[in-house]
Ligand binder design. Sequence first.
Ligand code: FEO
Length: 404
Amino acid sequence: MKDYLKAVQISEKVYYVGAIDWNVRSFHGYRTGRGTSYNAFLIIDEKVTLIDCVKKPFFNELMARIASVIDPSEIDYIVSNHSEPDHSGCLVDVVNAVKPEKVFASVMGEKALKAYYGEDFEVTPLKTGDVLDLGENKLSVLETRMLHWPDSMVAYLDKDKVLFSQDAFGMHYATANLFADENDYSVMTYEAKKYFANILMHLTNQVRGAIKQLGELNLDVKILAPDHGPLFRTPESIAFIQNLYAAMASGDRGRKAVVFYATMWGSTEKIATALADGIRSAGVEVKVSAIGASDRSDIMTDVLDAGLVCVGSPTMNNQMYPSVADVLTYLKGLLRTTNKIGYAFGSFGWSGEAPKKIQAELESMKFELPFEQKSTKYNPFAEDLAEYFEQGAALGKMLLESGK
Ligand code: FEO
C-alpha cells in the first residue's frame, strides 16, 4: 500500500477516499484538458460504508486511502450510486478484497452491475425512499434515472448532512484542492459548463426534474459531494453550483453566438471570419472555432449557452468535411430541445453540397433557420465577404430581438 495516499475527513463520519487522474485527456471522446478525479467516500459508522469506487487502474489508490483510516476488511456495505466503469471499474476487486456484507445499487443499478460483472455478482437493489440504517446516520436514496444513466441515484446522509450526488454537480477537474472554495471559480464555472454540455445537455428536462425533486425533499445539505471534481462545503459554493445548474437547465435561449467550421484552402475560414464580424457588429458576443484547433467537446461547451450556431464547411467529394460531420453527429446526440437559431455556409469548387447537407442536419435538430444556406465558389472576394458580414449582422440582430 502507498502510505502517502491519505483519506481526507470531510465531516464527522465521512472520509474522501477517491483518486485523482491528473493526466487523462480523453473521457470517452470528451477532451479532459484538466484531468479528472474519481471521488469515493468512506462512512465510518456502526456499518462502515463505501460510497462508489474508482476507475480500475486506481484501485490501489482507493485502497491505500481507505487503509489510512480503517482496515478495509471492516467495510460492511458498498453503495454504488452509478455503474459507469469510472465508478465501478474496480468494484469487483474491492468486493474480493474486503468481502462486504452487502453491495447496494439502484433497481436499474443492480441490472447494470450484473450486465457488467456477471449474473453471479450479488447486488441488493434500493429504490427511492429506501433508507439504510448505518448507526448514528441514516442513508436515504433517490433514484435519478437517466442522470445520466438509467442506474443513477443519489444518497443523503442525514446526521452529517452530506449529499452524495454521483456525476451530478461534478466536473472533470483534477485539483489538489479538494473543496470548491479553495479553487478558482472561473475555472470551475468553465469545467462545470463543459461537463453539463458534454454529458447532460440532452437530458436537460431530466436535470430540471431532479432539481425539482431534490428541492421538494428540502434536504439540509452541508456538503454536496459529486463523483468528479471539487466538493462543495460552504453555503456560497453550494449555491454557486446549484444556481449554475438551474441556469444551464433553464432551456433559455442564450444570447451568444458560435461559428465553427473546417477549411480546405482558407475560403471557408474567410467566410467564417466575415460572418463573425457581422454578428459582433450587431452587439452579440461571438466565439469562432476552427474544428481541430478546438476539440468537439470545447465547441459543445460554447454551444451550450449560444442562441445562434453557424456551421461552415468546404465541399469535398460531394460531401461536407468529415471533421464537420463528426461535430454535427456529436451535437445531434447532445441536443434534444433545441432553442437555437442556425445557419449553414461554406465554399466549393464545382458541386457545393456541404452547406445544404449541414442545413439539413440543423433542420433535423430543430434549429430555427431564418436564412437559406450560402456558399461561394473557390474564393470569396471583398463583395462576397461584405454579404456574409451583412448576413452575420442580420442573424445577430435576430438573436437579440428573439424571445427566450
Ligand atoms: Fe462519472 Fe457517468 O460516470
